[in-house]
Design a protein around this ligand. Sequence first.
Ligand SMILES: C[S@@+](CC[C@H](N)C(=O)[O-])C[C@H]1O[C@@H](n2cnc3c(N)ncnc32)[C@H](O)[C@@H]1O
Length: 198
Amino acid sequence: MADPTYNLNGGFKPTLKRFADLQGPDFFPTPRWATFALVENEKFTGDVWECACGDGAMSRVFEETGTRVISSDLYDRGYGEVGVDFLNPQRSADNIVTNPPYNCAEGFVASGVRHSKHKFALLLRLAFLEGANRASTIFSRTPPSRVWVFSERITFYPKGVDPKGSGTTAYAWFVWDKDAPGSTELKWLKPGYKARFA
Ligand SMILES: C[S@@+](CC[C@H](N)C(=O)[O-])C[C@H]1O[C@@H](n2cnc3c(N)ncnc32)[C@H](O)[C@@H]1O
């Protein structure tokens, strides 16, 4: 599928860091160290489906660790199966992991909780914890099992842009674990991932 960002916004501004791309498909590859921070703290049994895989930045980290990875995206980013809308998926997987588009993160939570057999992990802004609507829906009905807060800031850039400067937004891994339903445990990721897995 063609990427509508380029047409809707009248051209991409390649120097921008991540912004809330409320109309477009929101393509910002995840720095590999941020995925390693999850892999080193959560055990995934079985395969992992990267359901909004972009150019494969996250999928490659799981592949490096010997995990069987299924990769798909709604748009053609040059990696995985194309044209798969995660808001209406036709398959399930042992585990599902991704960094979703800002503009439909809630829909990704609903779909991921439903279609993962063991764990479902989303990289989201820490501020996703806030909000009256989410409090009375996601966090009261299907709260995550663990929230791993990053102690180092992640900076997202559009693909191909030279990383410069540091991020201003706090992020966390939100993990729904079918073997640990119920309340939410708040955990902190130790500093050092950025340097180790740059
Ligand atoms: C912020 S990027 C993250 C890419 C990749 N997960 C990573 O972490 O490097 C979000 C991705 O979601 C994809 N996307 C947007 N809407 C989608 C949908 N409904 N179903 C599947 N993928 C979608 C975009 O094409 C984009 O590649």
